[in-house]
Ligand binder design. Structure first.
Ligand code: FEO
Length: 173
């Protein structure tokens, strides 16, 4: 059984993951509206992965015979000043999520819940990947943002990204 504190914190994380999904879908919509279809594709895959993260926690709570309680999802930002600002916001958001995952691990230890601590290890590793991949885009974009041809090529490159095939999003990047 999950402790009430652990159950609440995991439910809160489902909400945080769905908010992340919503934020990335909003970023994707911004890129569609500003004619960067490749960046839009990249963000849409982020959206799909965040949804999988939420469902992974949803399944875990159910597996432990806890109770899932879904909460309202906050409205995400819809406007940004530039593509770089969007990706920088994404990087900052992932750092925030990493902090949340670390706090969950600390709580699992406090609650003497090794199963949840073990479950969270996937998320700890995933956050390293997520921060690395979005930071790589930020660095590339900083180099080319003042050159239309460079932005065109970067948009094309990010348009090649494909969703991971795994059912539970277990190999998501
Ligand atoms: Fe679910 Fe991007 O962290």
């Amino acid at each position: 059984m999950l402790s009430p504190k652990m159950e609440q914190a995991l439910n809160d994380q489902i909400n945080a993951e769905f908010f992340s999904a919503y934020l990335y879908l909003s970023m994707s919509a911004y890129f569609v509206a500003t004619n960067f279809d490749g960046f839009a594709n990249w963000m849409r895959i982020q959206y799909e992965e965040e949804t999988q993260h939420a469902l992974k926690i949803y399944d875990y709570i159910n597996d432990r015979r806890g109770t899932v309680v879904l909460q309202a999802i906050e409205k995400p930002q819809t406007e940004w000043d530039s593509p770089l600002e969007v990706f920088e916001a994404s990087f900052k958001h992932e750092q925030f999520v990493t902090g949340r995952i670390n706090a969950l691990v600390a709580l699992a230890r406090e609650e003497k819940d090794p199963a949840t601590e073990s479950f969270l290890k996937w998320f700890v590793d995933e956050q390293v990947e997520e921060e690395t991949s979005v930071d790589a885009v930020v660095q590339d974009m900083k180099r080319v943002q003042d050159f239309p041809a460079g932005m065109f090529l970067l948009d094309r490159e990010l348009g090649q990204r494909q969703a991971e095939a795994s059912a539970g999003g277990a190999d998501a990047t």
